[in-house]
Design a protein around this ligand. Structure first.
Ligand code: DX5
Ligand code: ZN
Length: 220
């Protein structure tokens, strides 16, 4: 049986009350905290860095999944590892040396993964599957919360699922962008097991009701 994980993106949380927000969303059933790092260079938005990761770390005991939308990638990795990140993913086109970046993340004791934008080909995975712990398929173009799910992403999830099954390795398959109770089952059917949701969860007053509704869809 597949283990499904719900990973709320704190991009849509109330940053003025972040400690309380992450505690509440974990109490509501979150399995992972998804942490979006944007640099106003690789993507046209600017968010949060290692200091904020370090600040929320004592508030939760679930894994913190750091999604790096930054270029260059390597020099920020040690800081996130020290700040308590458990999983670090990056966009292959933002790194000059993908294998080296994956190894750097693992050398710092974190799980490593690659992120694929809607237009990014999957061939980047071909020679590095043995260093991958997570594949993240973007179902929106990165940079902002609250965008609509791009259905073409389902095909890429299915391709990633095949590659994971063929590798025989234990690799999480995460989908990020526009996920809500209404489309989570389709993403799961395509092969995703880890679901990022920002506005769908933090945009509603009752986080548990949203997470429960998502789990109910996954159970059917
Ligand atoms: C987009 C980010 C997402 C975003 C998801 O660049 O990577 O994690 O926060 O937000 P929603 O769920 O609102 O699409
Ligand atoms: Zn993200």
């Amino acid at each position: 049986m597949t283990t499904y994980r719900i990973a709320p993106s704190i991009l849509s949380a109330d940053f003025a009350r972040l400690g309380e927000e992450v505690r509440n969303v974990v109490a509501a059933g979150a399995d992972i905290i998804h942490f979006d790092v944007m640099d106003n260079h690789y993507v046209p938005n600017l968010t949060i860095g290692p200091l904020v990761c370090q600040a929320i770390r004592p508030h939760v005991d679930v894994p913190i999944d750091v999604h790096l939308m930054v270029k260059p990638v390597d020099r920020i990795i040690p800081d996130f590892a020290k700040a308590g990140a458990n999983i670090i993913t990056f966009h292959p086109e933002a790194s000059e040396h993908i294998d080296r970046t994956l190894q750097l993340i693992r050398d710092h004791g974190c799980k490593a993964g690659l992120v694929f934008n809607p237009g990014t080909p999957m061939h980047y995975l071909e020679h590095v599957m043995d260093k991958i712990d997570m594949i993240l398929i973007m179902s929106v173009n990165p940079g902002f919360g609250g965008q609509s799910f791009i259905p073409e992403a389902l095909k890429k999830i299915a391709i990633a699922r095949r590659m994971i099954d063929e590798s025989g390795r234990d690799i999480m398959l995460e989908v990020d962008g526009g996920i809500k109770a209404e489309n989570i089952a389709a993403a799961a059917a395509a092969g995703a097991d880890t679901f990022v949701a920002g506005s769908a969860i933090f945009g509603k007053p009752d986080y548990k009701a949203v997470i429960d509704a998502m789990r109910a869809e996954l159970a059917t």
